[in-house]
Design a binder for this molecule. Structure first.
Ligand code: NOJ
Ligand code: CA
Length: 541
């Protein structure tokens, strides 16, 4: 509880205070910068817009924000194809705007975490351009090139579809595990590591609180570039032995040890890794005490709505991360996955389930990553094919819908244009569905039964109650009812009970209902009747 007290904000003193382990139980709000708030009316979210909405994030009650890539980019993969790692894309502002954002956030008690993308650059990055112009340039050694030949060097696939090798204009092959516009870096070249260290320090010197590390299970490849034993499947929990040659090479852990030592020079900073491996024990190894502070647990992001699957996901994550002494970083939504409401069945059903899932995740010990718009219960938006931008859609020939539908701009006001930009602004960069005024912040903030109000209450309770978000958790399941019993260091207990079945369940308790995900929960002496697709927090006496 000591760490939590240090971060509690009061209106008299909302500033961030020093706390080396703030990240262990933080709620981190993921800002998709391009879609959050447009400050200058060009239809694109930007740093000015985000600054103007910081009071909302403070009001909501999160601890930090992670911003998706803000760097100049070739625009091929939502900013994950970077041309300059020590600058800000002019669409979003400039470095001074980012510094101002960090300062403003700090005054409101919020920390700012940036995204860093070390596995690949943009094909428009000056290094790749130099390598294209001259195969003998030193920059060519910073990528994976192979001499011209009829067939690509191996059977590796791009995660976005098609082969992972493309040709240069002079016939060489180059490796890209994502889009062709994202050539993979060769981390065997010391110049690559040195440049990323400069990048980390550049932003840490500007006061950021750390980094979300993209594709942290990548970077190094099998030294012999041998064929993978099996094919990649986007439906798996993550990569496994079938992709053993491309991911999770042992050398990568040395990079995280080095990055950790750099962060250790900057108080209160942290690294959170994106490690998409099926085996959570392998994922947790990236967060051993001298590596990244935490790595995402994506299991619930891919779990169907079933108590068995959720119980397994929670237990496996608690065990795996517990074994290395790291907190679990829970994730229910992000910019790569269909929105929860739609994943869980859509409409009223999907919304009820998303509300219940929110209470589960916010009760669990560890940090929680909350994707912008999930607190509004946004569904996956229908983006017309002609407006789509995601390379996954194009490289799969339209077979995979792509990720645009979870990246649509935020509705702020239940008014014309929904307040993402000013009234007379340019068209938003992705179309906002006509009926999204119903989800607007302005409307939900006034509605005691809204998804937004539920999140706000849950976050306030989590901040106040020692058994929520930290301590020990025991998971049990009886049929479709999942229970997590959270015990704080002071002995206080909160039980989160989620009914994931289709019948009302009777929960025996003498405790107090702290919060329920719907209004239909009936209390009688010694029990609570919990409707289908509902969760409650019970403070046990
Ligand atoms: C993971 C990011 O979350 C995703 O959006 C991106 O396309 C890939 N990494 C490639 O950088
Ligand atoms: Ca703008």
């Amino acid at each position: 509880m000591a760490t939590r007290l240090a971060t509690v904000r009061t209106s008299a003193n909302p500033q961030v205070t020093s706390d080396a382990s703030w990240w262990r139980d933080a709620v981190v709000y993921q800002v998709y910068l391009r879609s959050f708030a447009d400050g200058n009316g060009d239809g694109i979210g930007d740093l000015g817009g985000l600054r103007s909405r910081l009071p909302y994030l403070s009001w909501l009650g999160v601890d930090a924000l992670w911003i998706n890539p803000h760097y100049p980019s070739g625009g091929a993969d939502g900013g994950y194809d970077i041309t300059d790692y020590r600058a800000v894309d002019p669409d979003y502002g400039d470095v001074a705007d980012l510094e101002a954002l960090v300062d403003d956030a700090r005054r409101l008690g919020l920390r700012v975490v940036l995204d860093v993308v070390p596995n690949h650059t943009s094909d428009r990055h000056p290094w790749f351009q130099a390598a294209l112009a001259d195969p003998d340039a030193p920059e060519a050694a910073r990528y994976h090139f192979a001499p011209p030949s009829a067939e690509p060097p191996n059977n590796w696939q791009s995660l976005f579809g098609g082969p992972a090798w493309s040709r240069t204009p002079d016939g060489r092959w180059y490796l890209h595990l994502f889009a062709p516009e994202q050539p993979d870096l060769n981390w065997g070249d010391p110049a690559v590591a040195a440049d990323f260290e400069r990048t980390l320090r550049f932003w840490l010197d500007r006061g950021v609180s750390g980094f979300r590390v993209d594709v942290a299970y990548g970077l190094f490849k099998d030294a012999g570039l041998r064929d993978n034993p099996g094919a990649y499947s986007p439906t798996l929990f993550g990569h496994g032995p079938e992709q053993a040659m491309t991911w999770n090479q042992p050398e990568v852990h040395d990079v995280w040890r080095r990055w950790r030592s750099i962060c250790d020079e900057y108080p209160d900073t942290m690294l959170v890794g994106e490690v998409c491996l099926a085996d959570l024990e392998q994922v947790a190894l990236y967060s051993r005490p001298d590596e990244m502070h935490q790595s995402f647990s994506f299991r619930l992001l891919k779990s169907p709505w079933s108590a068995e699957s959720f119980a397994d996901g929670v237990r496996t994550a608690l065990d795996a991360f517990g074994a290395v002494g790291a907190p679990v970083s829970w994730v229910l939504g992000n910019h790569d996955k269909d929105r929860q409401v739609s994943r869980f069945g859509g409409g009223a059903l999907g919304t009820a389930r998303a509300r219940a899932a929110a209470l589960l995740v916010l009760a669990l010990p560890g940090s929680a990553y909350l994707y912008a718009g999930d607190e509004l219960g946004l569904p996956q938006a229908e983006v017309p094919d002609e407006a789509k931008l995601d390379p996954i859609f194009f490289r799969s020939g339209g077979a995979r819908a792509g990720r645009d539908g979870c990246r649509v701009p935020m509705p702020w006001n239940a008014d014309r244009g929904v307040g993402f930009s000013a009234d007379d602004a340019a068209t938003p960069w992705l179309p906002i569905p006509a009926d999204w005024d119903q989800y607007a912040v302005s409307r939900q903030a006034r509605d005691g039964g809204s998804v937004l109000t539920l999140y706000r209450r849950a976050l306030a309770l989590r901040d106040a109650h020692p058994a929520l978000g930290s301590g020990d958790a025991a998971v049990s399941r009886r049929g479709d009812v999942l229970t997590v019993r959270c015990t704080a260091a002071d002995g206080s207990v909160v039980r989160c009970v989620v009914n994931m079945g289709s019948e009302t369940a009777l929960v025996r308790t003498r405790g107090t209902v702290l919060l329920a995900s719907t209004t239909g929960v009936r209390r009688s002496a010694g029990s609570v009747a919990l409707p289908a697709d509902t969760a409650i927090w019970l403070a046990e006496a």
